[in-house]
Write a protein that binds this ligand. Structure first.
Ligand code: NOJ
Ligand code: CA
Length: 635
């Protein structure tokens, strides 16, 4: 005997269908009556629990419609509009939400016992394997820091991370991801024994997937659906599937910052103490003064604490987060920064030694808080993390819980976080707005050989569907001899628009901004870190991406574009603008610019535009552009 139940999106275009047989349940997804996900198994394996039969005890649906506000981000208002269905079985409740642009579901395990060990989750996504996907491998030493590659789904080897973006042979764009990842292993995707795309939950070192207290809800399994690559980037369902904030986060503020950072990457300074130590009291004061002159609110200081000597990757097990090096007086630097109205961004490089970090966590946050430091960048370099003496994956349940502990403790201390080598974004910043940004993909630290111009044209359609990223933008010293940059100069400004980050770093040294390219720096100085709305304009995965964003605190708009190794001209109209006149400040590649041969070829100009105008912009190979549209009242 089998039963069929259907749930439709509010606009009727998407149908989720559940087939219930005594032994198994399957779902299917239809888009405009076309089956886009075929028979896909749903189940979860709980230790010591003999699988009861799938006997539907109750079924209810509801329609939900609200618009909520985010305190910061790419869009101020997000519509949360779906049909929900609750399928109650003995083992779990399957909760399904069907949006106009996504399907999501999760397992809710009732409190039939106190705790449960999840041995496996058997969620399938039976999508045509002849589809193309853009993927990075999971369970690898560099975590999420790999180059995206386009392959056919049937060529997936091992497991890949989400968001896993897919283009079907019918030219439909899907992205499989998850939302609200708490207390559970991160979902990776593999081809299972039946050669069907399926979940592979990151295991713990004891080879189980998670140990949980009941009742327990798994994260939402999310499938975003769009007709074009650019429309996929408009999807905000991940945030809809997270809870509103609990508590007062009115103190949270996005930030632009410079850093004692790139000088280490290009070998001028070092993280470790010594003759060329970067984080000295004197350097910090110089950088604070520079931040004031540049009109940048924040300053990151890395390498300030004990632990960087010798092989820091190995010695990091002893890192001290409350002990500064002898040449760095934290109290003095912090009070200097306060007097100049500069926010310091503290730094905790754990090197993955989570036990060592957690032992000092409260003291470390108190130390910064006592010195008026409200922002911390954390880091988890290393192929795995050490928790309770065991090596675990960053994206395992143990890792997820550690990152969450830092977010919650930071919230208590009114501290905002930028997490490097993080757990992937699943929208929890809606609930915890003090988690301002993450890295979690290759950023510009990989320049100098490992980054291709196409990289920044992949991530808007893949990694950035998981939320903002600290890409460490704005390196103007393109031709430096250590980490040669694979972009043009103009593109470094574009990144501030194409890669959203609640904490955005202008990563080069101040002299590059003040002395070498002050005119281009004007854009970086003015581009906001908090937007009222985002209008993705044009793009194709791995080829190019053009996006416009409106400032949350003014009438001004900002447009950014990036292209791969091929130069191209893009054309778009400005119909998203309000009526009136805008002064456009254009920072464009020159006709002869080229990321390899002529990276500094830039053309800066101004002109007046209005919403009936069309712009035609050339992007050089490896190039990009940035435009500020400043609202002015008259011609
Ligand atoms: C890797 C991070 O991504 C980078 O930003 C940081 O500077 C180094 N780790 C050292 O902590
Ligand atoms: Ca990194």
């Amino acid at each position: 005997m089998k039963r069929l139940k259907s749930v439709f999106s509010p606009d009727g275009q998407i149908k989720f269908e559940l087939e219930i047989t005594p032994r198994q349940i399957f779902y299917r997804v239809f888009y405009n009556n076309k089956e886009i996900i075929k028979n896909s198994n749903l189940d979860i394996e709980i230790a010591n629990l003999k699988s009861p039969k799938f006997d539907l005890k109750s079924f209810k649906t509801l329609r939900f419609n609200e618009t909520f506000e985010l305190p910061w981000g790419e869009d101020q208002f997000v519509r949360n509009f779906y049909t929900e269905a609750e399928f109650k079985f003995e083992k779990f409740i399957l909760k399904v939400r069907v949006f106009n642009d996504a399907v999501a579901f999760r397992y809710e395990i009732p409190k039939n016992q106190e705790t449960a060990t999840i041995e496996d989750e058997l969620t399938e996504f039976n999508i045509n394997l002849d589809s193309t996907c853009w993927q990075i491998p999971a369970f690898m030493p560099d975590r999420y820091e790999y180059n995206y590659e386009a392959i056919k789904l049937y060529d997936i080897e091992g497991s890949v991370h989400t968001p896993l973006t897919i283009k079907t042979p019918e030219n439909l764009y899907l992205s499989i991801h998850e939302a609200a990842l708490y207390d559970y292993g991160s979902m990776t995707i593999k081809l299972n024994g039946e050669n069907i795309l399926s979940s592979n939950i990151t295991p713990l070192s004891d080879d189980t997937k998670a140990h949980v207290k009941l009742p327990f809800n798994t994260p939402w399994r999310l499938i975003m659906i769009a007709n074009s690559a650019i429309d996929l980037t408009k999807n905000r369902v991940m945030y809809c599937l997270n809870e509103p904030p609990k508590g007062d986060f009115s103190w949270v503020e996005t930030l632009k910052f410079i850093g004692i950072w790139w000088a280490m990457y290009v070998g001028e300074w070092t993280w470790a103490p010594g003759e060329r130590h970067g984080a000295t009291t004197a350097h910090a004061k110089e950088y604070i003064d520079a931040a004031v002159r540049l009109g940048i609110k924040g300053l990151l200081i890395e390498g300030w604490n004990e632990g960087w000597e010798g092989n820091w990757l190995e010695n990091g097990v002893n890192n001290k987060f409350t002990v500064a090096t002898p040449d760095f007086n934290l109290e003095e630097v912090a009070s200097y920064a306060r007097a100049k109205n500069i926010e310091l961004v503290g730094h905790h490089e754990t090197v993955g030694f989570v036990d060592n970090y957690e032992a000092q966590l409260e003291a470390a946050y108190n130390y910064y808080a006592a010195n008026g430091i409200h922002y911390i960048k954390t880091g988890y370099a290393g192929s795995q993390i050490v928790i309770n003496g065991k090596k675990e994956y960053h994206h395992s349940q143990a890792g997820v819980n550690h990152y969450q502990k830092t977010v919650e403790l930071a919230a208590k201390k009114k501290i905002m976080l930028d997490i490097h080598e993080p757990i992937k974004g699943t929208g929890i910043e809606r609930t915890w707005p003090n988690l301002l940004t993450r890295e979690g993909a290759r950023g510009q630290e990989y320049e100098g050989g490992a980054l291709r111009p196409s990289h920044a044209c992949y991530i808007p359609y893949t990694r950035l569907l998981a939320g903002g990223m600290d890409y460490t933008n704005g390196i103007f010293d393109i031709t430096n001899s250590v980490k040669r940059i694979s972009t043009t100069l103009a593109r470094q400004a574009a990144y501030f628009v194409t890669i959203y980050s609640g904490m955005a770093m202008a990563a080069d040294r101040p002299f590059m901004y003040e002395e070498k390219f002050p005119e281009l720096f004007e854009f970086i100085k003015k581009v906001p870190t908090n937007f009222e709305k985002t209008v993705p304009l044009l793009g194709e995965i791995g080829d190019f991406y053009v996006v416009a964003r409106k400032d949350r605190n003014s009438e001004n708009w900002y447009i950014g574009g990036v292209t791969d190794q091929d130069g191209r001209t893009v054309k778009f109209n400005l119909d998203f603008l309000d009526d009136g006149i805008y002064k456009a400040h254009l920072y464009l590649d020159s006709k002869d610019a080229h990321f390899r041969d002529n990276p500094y070829g830039i053309k800066i100009s101004q002109k007046r535009v209005k919403n009936s105008d069309t712009l035609e912009i050339y992007m050089a190979p490896g190039g990009g552009f940035a435009i500020e549209l400043e609202k002015v009242n008259s011609l």
